[in-house]
Design a protein around this ligand. Structure first.
Ligand code: NIG
Ligand code: FE
Length: 398
């Protein structure tokens, strides 16, 4: 057993079997002061307080009074992309909306053109760098979507790169087929929806999930319904919904037992009622609200209704060029009025749930992976969100 001792604060303790937290429970988490934690074969085997540190004949790490917490889980990213879209940054600053940039052939199609011209090797190298940056900032499990290929060959190229990244890093990587991200060049809308359906069997050899950008100007509820119906025995849905308009994406996602519905910058009572009592995790992406100047998701109302909420980075070149989950947590507090513990659960346990890995990640629980952040002394869950830019990580244990 490897031992971490002298832990000032062990934060994020949950009993075995808690795979997500909802409503009032999202505002609670277990903590232990002056603690130790034992690890065997990469998993947490036990923890307790310093008063009874188990034998010191083992490999050990002095936490020097720092906090130990579960690493961040990022359930929604598009980090496999080519180049950047900084060329559109000025347009955005000058007042063009996300939709206007997309309508000019910029946006997702711009990234797809660039990806088409980029070799698979180069795409891998560029994307791996972003994942390494995320891990250095404390992310230990992440989901990555395709969706900048927009034709069979380039979508598969993306899915292969996602798989290869998963094989190259110690973080866990989940893969999502987002063929229905925008209509690929050279297709009519109808042709492209059919092409996505035709890609599903091959995509399912690589991906864990299927996603559709169900929103105004992209894919309709009817398109989404068709794609998810075709994906039924192949891939579990995770849906982009209600970013640009109240799209009906939440309801169609719930109908198909989506594991998560994501974005939700625009929601009404109807979405909250549709989600009640379902397996679907509402997931909000404050980084894209920040970058695009959209409303922030009404996380507090979801919690009041007894639902859980996850937060993820949406790391992508067009609406959130950052994978910093600590900043996501801070925005959860500052902009969405979540308490630090609510925001913490949103970026750990609930975001792990939203990509199907909360049996292994997202809390300090016996049997879970020891995928941990060890902080410098003096930090706690409130301070990391409050003083949100001061470096706090001493070591990410993966
Ligand atoms: O989640 N909304 C759709 N997809 C991404 C943006 C993709 C892009 O602009 O490149 C998002 O915000
Ligand atoms: Fe997204």
């Amino acid at each position: 057993m490897k031992l971490i001792y002298n832990i000032g604060l062990l934060a994020g303790i949950q009993p075995e079997g808690v795979l997500r937290v909802e409503g009032e429970a999202q505002g609670k988490t277990g903590v232990l002061e002056n603690a130790w934690l034992g690890i065997e074969d990469g998993r947490i085997v036990d923890f307790g307080t310093n008063a009874v540190i188990p034998g010191s004949d083992r490999e050990s790490l002095d936490a020097q009074g720092g906090m130990v917490m579960p690493g961040f889980c990022d359930s929604h990213t598009h980090v496999v992309y080519a180049g950047s879209r900084d060329g559109e940054f000025l347009d955005k600053i000058n007042g063009l909306s996300y939709e206007e940039i997309a309508a000019r052939g910029g946006g997702i199609l711009n990234s797809a053109d660039l990806l088409h011209r980029t070799s698979e090797e180069d795409l891998y190298t560029q994307s791996l760098r972003r994942v390494e940056e995320m891990m250095a900032k404390g992310t230990v499990a992440l989901e990555i979507k395709s969706g900048y290929g927009l034709n069979p060959a380039d979508e598969l190229k993306m899915l292969r790169v996602i798989r290869r990244i998963g094989e190259s890093v110690p973080a866990t990587v989940k893969s999502t087929f987002l063929g229905a991200h925008a209509v690929g060049r050279g297709y009519t809308h109808e042709e492209y929806v059919q092409a996505v359906i035709d890609m599903l069997p091959q995509a399912a050899e690589y991906a864990d999930f299927v996603d559709v950008f169900c929103d105004e100007g992209f894919f309709t509820v009817e398109d989404t319904d068709r794609i998810l119906e075709a994906a039924k025995h192949l891939l579990t849905p995770k849906i982009h919904a209600n970013e640009l308009a109240v799209s009906g994406g939440v309801q169609v996602g719930v109908k198909h037992m989506a594991l998560s519905v994501d974005h939700l910058e625009r929601t009404t009572e109807a979405e909250i009622s549709a989600l009640k009592g379902t397996r679907t995790m509402p997931t909000m992406l404050p980084g894209s609200s920040f970058f695009l100047g959209l409303p922030y998701g009404k996380a507090k109302e979801f919690l009041k209704a007894g639902l859980g909420v996850a937060l993820a980075s949406d790391y992508n070149p067009g609406s959130s060029p950052s994978g910093d989950m600590r900043f996501v947590m801070a925005q959860g507090c500052i902009k969405m009025r979540l308490t630090p513990v609510e925001a913490f659960n949103a970026v750990t346990l609930n975001s792990a749930y939203a990509m199907g890995v909360s049996r292994d990640y997202g809390s300090i629980t016996r049997g879970k992976k020891a995928a941990l952040i060890l902080t410098e002394p003096g930090w706690d869950l409130t301070k990391i969100a409050y003083q949100y830019q001061t470096p706090f990580i001493r070591q990410v244990l993966l």
